[in-house]
Design a protein around this ligand. Structure first.
Ligand SMILES: [Zn+2]
Length: 295
């Protein structure tokens, strides 16, 4: 298989090695062209069904924007305001906080959420239409803005899935995308990687939810080769997986304090390389009307 981000065939064993889930091994390789890591082979349908079973959802339906975790909902809201109105699709809408905001701003809001139960609950909570497959949208381009928040890193077949998703955007419409850059350079990632290599023998038991760990270069390359015209690509650094603040009792826990301090140092060092270092991206691109006609 090729790199799910830049499509290069050249890869080698990665510093992450393999993760193990339910007795299966999932090796991560490093793309030699964009330095992103990806799972090769990708988890199969059976494994995906286990991974995204009922226990994947924690059952909470907080539709408040603050429940968006490391995502930046306000940046999306900014674009919704700026673009005036139309149809907004939140592809992978989670608890639907952004749908609620879009409805408030008089957008026609549609959520795509793969778990049927979650889709129903979110629809009831937000007043927006929530479908559990994009097929229900008829496959016609309908979105003036489509948002992919922390979705792409879960896709096991980007070369098929991304064009399908982008076809939901009207020619000239916008893709807003954001997500982690887990293989991108920052001090925090570097120190953790070195620490990991010192204890090579440890077996990592973890579901391969993120089937790719992107660098900024790989992430941008994906959008570029999909024919999108980049309007914005910014990188920032969030605390996660380190804590973003420490309570008094947590201050007595050395590992937690260590991670907290390391992240702060990392954020400071990344601030000097604003367009290169960090661990998350926000992207805005326009679907070219020319490319849309060719599809
Ligand atoms: Zn690549």
């Amino acid at each position: 298989m090729t790199c799910p981000l830049c499509d290069s065939e050249r890869a080698r064993a990665s510093w992450l090695g393999s993760v193990f889930y339910r007795g299966k091994e999932f090796p991560y390789v490093q793309c030699l062209a964009c330095n992103s890591l990806y799972c090769n082979p990708m988890p199969d349908k059976e494994t995906l069904a286990q991974m995204y079973g009922p226990e994947y959802y924690d059952g909470s339906y907080d539709t408040d924007l603050s429940a968006e975790g490391t995502k930046d909902p306000l940046e999306v809201v900014k674009w919704l305001k700026k673009s005036g109105g139309g149809t907004f699709i939140d592809y992978g809408c989670g608890t639907g906080a952004l749908l609620t905001e879009a409805v408030k701003l008089n957008w026609e809001a549609i959520g795509v959420e793969f778990d049927e139960e979650v889709a129903k609950t979110v629809e009831a909570h937000t007043g927006a239409k929530v479908v559990n497959s994009s097929i229900e949208l008829g496959g016609e381009p309908s979105a003036d803005i489509l948002h992919l928040g922390d979705v792409i890193e879960h896709l096991t077949e980007t070369n098929q899935q991304m064009p399908e998703i982008l076809r939901l955007i009207k020619p000239g419409g916008l893709l807003l995308a954001q997500g982690p850059l887990e293989a991108n350079t920052n001090l925090f990632a570097f120190v953790l990687r070195v620490a990991r290599s010192l204890k090579r023998s440890r077996r990592t038991e973890m579901a391969p939810y993120h089937v790719m760990l992107a660098t900024a270069e790989g992430q941008r390359k994906l959008f570029e080769r999909l024919g999108l015209k980049e309007l914005e690509f910014t990188i920032h650094e969030v605390a996660w997986p380190a804590p973003s603040r420490l309570s008094r009792s947590e201050l007595r826990r050395p590992r937690l304090t260590g991670l907290f301090v390391l992240r702060r140092l990392s954020q400071m060092s990344s601030a000097f390389r604003p367009s290169r270092w960090g661990n998350r991206y926000f992207y805005v691109g326009r679907r070219d009307s020319q490319a849309a006609r060719q599809q």
